[in-house]
Design a protein around this ligand. Structure first.
Ligand code: TA6
Length: 284
């Protein structure tokens, strides 16, 4: 097992993880953004747009954006907060040496820039671990200041599929959800399987901790497990909204679906020195 740092797209540094079983993963320090996971003997699980900009100040389009300290537009901060556009650091030099599990630890602390947007002292740590046929991504946030704060968060995971029209999401039956852009209207998912046949932008409150993405076109089932993230978001922009995204190609909405582990409905409240941890695992 090994891990090393290389120069990625536009010379942005990225950590490359590789496991003895042949699986690999990549994490950019820009945004602590996972951009690839290829399980042993398998195909890429993560979608990244071929139009993604890979530029400082913007988020990579695809991968696993770290959403912190604000989900979407639910507050005064830039959309989805600032973690995904910040430069993270390796937690310590040993974080990228070989170990019992191939793993990278990244950290982000408050700075003049973050405090100008959000006046709180914090430490965010992201651990990315290659496991047996699994990728584990864990976000830990610590309040390093003297006053409490609240935040919302998500791991905004873009999953690659062969043809989104032939995918089904399982596990959401009976779960309440709201549709982004239609505040106040509550729905309940009544199907055993959710088909993605048009624009979808749903926030499921208190979702089951394990969901399944059945990519029938690609002949693959991905299990998505969440811990500490009680909510789940399912998003596909479909053709029209996809075309409006400057960093996504017109037909790419067919190649992806986001299944996000999220903490939205009940924000995290952190007292001074307290920590919160949330984890998402992708398993094939
Ligand atoms: O999580 C779903 C969502 O909030 C959608 O409403 C959609 O806008 C998406 O995130 C992507 O947002 P972005 O800022 O990355 O274009």
């Amino acid at each position: 097992m090994s891990a090393r740092i290389v120069s990625g797209v536009n010379a942005l540094p990225k950590v490359v993880l590789s496991h003895g079983d042949g699986s690999t993963a990549e994490v950019y320090l820009h945004g602590a953004h996972v951009t690839s996971w290829i399980p042993a003997g398998g195909r890429e699980v993560i979608f990244v747009s071929r139009r993604s900009l890979y530029a400082r100040g913007t988020a990579i389009r695809g991968g696993i954006p770290v959403i912190f300290p604000q989900f979407a537009g639910l507050g005064p901060l830039p959309k989805h907060g600032f973690a995904r556009t910040s430069e993270w650091q390796l937690a310590n030099p040993v974080a990228v040496t070989a170990g019992p599990a191939s793993h990278a630890a990244l950290r982000l602390q408050d700075s003049d820039v973050s405090r100008a947007l959000w006046p709180h002292a914090f430490l965010a740590e992201l651990d990315v671990m290659l496991g047996d046929r699994a990728l584990h991504v864990e976000l830990r946030v610590t309040n390093t200041g003297v006053a409490p704060f609240d935040f919302t968060s998500a791991l905004h995971t873009y999953l690659r599929v062969r043809d989104v029209r032939r995918t089904r999401v399982r596990g959401l039956r009976g779960t309440r959800y709201t549709v982004t852009g239609q505040p106040g209207l509550d729905h309940v998912d009544e199907g055993d399987e959710l088909a993605v046949m048009g624009e979808l932008d749903r926030v499921y409150e208190n979702a089951p901790p394990a969901l399944e993405l059945d990519d029938r076109g690609g002949g693959r089932i991905v299990r998505i497990e969440a811990l500490g993230f009680p909510d789940a978001v399912v998003w596909n922009p479909w053709a029209e909204k996809g075309r409006a995204l400057p960093d996504m190609a017109a037909d790419e909405y067919l190649d992806m679906v986001c299944i996000e582990a999220a903490r939205i409905a009940a924000p995290v409240h952190l007292a001074p020195r307290a920590s919160w941890t949330g984890r998402q695992s992708l398993c094939v």
